[in-house]
Design a protein around this ligand. Structure first.
Ligand code: P6P
Length: 331
């Protein structure tokens, strides 16, 4: 049955999620928040909310007004939803645990409210990334937020670009919806997305090349070798959601390796960037690795910890892992 064009609500009703009202409701709440954030992103240039607040977040990054607005909009949507008992955001040093008198539900949500925000003023595609786990009890604790990525019950992102997209997996395929702004509905555009097993695009900030390990350098050199078996194209937006979504659709490899000088543990955050995208990649037939371990197998130890990330087509991720291993082996 061709479900293309179905609204998110219709598709959730059709899917097995209808049996889990909290999950269907939570995804609907997240999609609704994405619509509101999209509206603010799209009019950012028109009202005085561009630029920086002058403050810095827990990551030490300059905070854009839209970052704060997106964070507040996610909290304002999720907290009263009745589907969650704890929330964690890139923009907040500590988690938010809902009090017993608040409408609490079985899930915890970790999110990056506006990933790629350094690109906001340039009008480049940015996004919201979310990760969903089931809490042990409504009286959630930090351990409910520090769960291994393989325990995610759902994960997804909204992409604010030439169109506004909502992409998620809840264990039964990866589905992508496009916002029909005229009626304010997300409509199904890709059901059960599958990532190509191998791609022809690699995506990295090559200014960091001199500080990558030898195995990564050798792998990228091979992709660029005109006499090599496979020459790839390079694409890099500098906005994780945009670079990942292209990789999901077209295949290939996105990599943000560790950089001993500026990012010894990598730059990207495990809990609300790498792990949710890894969940989507694997649900679509791809892979996500730190270069030596599957991202989804990691046991988080801190809310804002960072990891090196190699994510994309299964064969591409396995090939760069092999190159790293070979270079690490004693001569
Ligand atoms: P670099 C954006 O600031 C971000 O967190 C990700 O969205 C993106 O993939 C990465 O940083 C880009 O980092 O060092 O290449 O500017």
């Amino acid at each position: 049955m061709n479900r293309k064009g179905m609204t998110l609500s219709q598709h959730l009703t059709e899917s097995r999620l209808c049996g889990d009202g909290d999950m269907a409701g939570l995804l609907t709440t997240l999609a609704s928040a994405a619509k509101r954030i999209s509206r603010e992103v799209n009019r950012a240039g028109l009202v005085d909310i561009l630029g920086f607040t002058g403050e810095h977040n827990v990551q030490g990054e300059a905070v854009c007004k839209l970052d704060v607005l997106a964070h507040d909009m996610m909290i304002d949507a999720l907290r009263p939803s009745g589907h969650v008992c704890a929330l964690a955001s890139e923009e907040a040093e500590h988690p938010l645990f809902l009090a017993p008198h608040e409408p609490r539900g079985p899930y915890v949500v970790l999110f990056d409210p506006l990933d790629g925000s350094s690109n906001i003023d340039a009008g480049i595609t940015i996004g919201t990334i979310f990760s969903i786990y089931r809490a042990q009890s409504a009286d959630a604790t930090l351990s409910d937020l520090l769960q291994s990525g393989s325990r995610q019950v759902a994960a997804g992102y909204a992409l604010y670009g030439s169109s506004t997209l909502f992409v998620y997996t809840a264990g039964a395929g990866v589905h992508s919806y496009t916002l029909d702004a005229g009626v304010g509905e997300f409509r199904l555009t890709h059901e059960n997305l599958r990532m190509p097993e191998r791609g022809t695009i690699y995506s990295a900030n090559e200014a960091n090349y001199p500080r990558w390990c030898a195995g990564v350098q050798r792998y990228i050199d091979a992709l660029k070798d005109p006499d090599g078996p496979c020459t790839y194209s390079a694409r890099y937006v500098g906005s994780l959601v945009a670079d990942f979504h292209r990789t999901l659709l077209y295949g290939g490899l996105f990599l943000y390796p560790a950089d001993p000088r500026d990012a010894p543990n990598g730059k990207l955050r495990l809990l609300y960037e790498a792990a949710p995208l890894a969940r989507i990649a694997e649900a679509a037939g791809g892979r996500a690795s730190t270069g030596s371990e599957d991202v989804l197998s990691l046991q988080p130890t801190a809310l804002h910890q960072r990891v090196p990330l190699f994510i994309g087509s299964a064969e591409d991720v396995s090939a760069v892992e092999a190159s790293i291993r070979q270079c690490a082996e004693p001569e």
